[in-house]
Design a protein around this ligand. Structure first.
Ligand code: GDP
Length: 199
């Protein structure tokens, strides 16, 4: 998919405030600092679209960006940031849970996972919750450039093995780097195919 246009639409503090249009939404989520903003900016080739390095966990907003006047890219709040204020310390805030369970337009959720780390309990918990709720999702490993090829493939293989302990089937898996653009075409192609399959 060629990104011809990408622009910010709105930030919503509640799901009811999200755009009313019936466009497909591809949402991105992960632990704070996983590289979500950087990946969104790389995918859209718009450096300043998603704000990187903002104070993690502080504002819980859903950001909508319209892509090619055809679909929404949705930047969801990060989860599980321990230093967030007491009220927002819940691992998966209400706004995340509500968007995921009630947003009809949600077509696919990309769950971002730091490729360098051992599987983290909070990510596995989140993924399992998606499975229980029947939410379509894909995994995108981030910061792939920070690892050598051997370590990268063994980490990804290990992650898949852990998932297969509780899942019969693996979700689509993408390996990405916001730094060098790895995986960008794969992710965009996948989104394009999903959109075309809905036509
Ligand atoms: P967010 O909190 O998930 O939106 O994460 P950010 O996009 O703000 O990234 C957190 C930190 O990781 C920043 O210092 C980024 O520069 C860095 N980062 C993000 N993606 C990559 C990547 O693909 N490669 C490398 N080397 N660093 C990255």
């Amino acid at each position: 998919m060629i990104i011809k246009s990408a622009s910010f639409v709105c930030s919503s503090a509640k799901v009811e405030q999200c755009p009313k249009q019936q466009l497909s939404e591809f949402a991105f989520i992960g632990r704070s600092n996983v590289g979500k903003s950087s990946l969104i900016n790389r995918l859209t080739d718009h450096g300043g679209l998603a704000k990187t390095s903002s104070t993690p966990g502080k504002t819980q907003l859903i950001n909508h960006f319209i892509i090619n006047n055809n679909w929404y890219l949705v930047d969801l709040p990060g989860y599980g940031y321990a230093k967030a204020s007491k009220t927002s310390r819940r691992k998966f805030s209400n706004i995340i849970t509500e968007y995921i369970s009630h947003r009809e337009q949600l077509t696919l959720l990309f769950v971002l996972i730091d490729a360098r780390l051992e599987p983290q309990a909070i990510d596995l918990e989140f993924i399992n919750k998606l499975g229980e709720d029947g939410i379509p999702f894909a995994l995108a490993f981030t910061k792939a450039d920070k690892l050598g090829t051997g370590a990268l493939s063994s980490n990804v293989a290990h992650y898949k093995k852990v998932l297969l302990e509780s899942w019969e089937e693996l979700p689509p898996v993408f390996i990405t780097s916001a730094q060098n653009g790895q995986g960008k075409e794969d992710v965009l192609k996948y989104i394009e195919n999903v959109i075309n399959s809905l036509l």
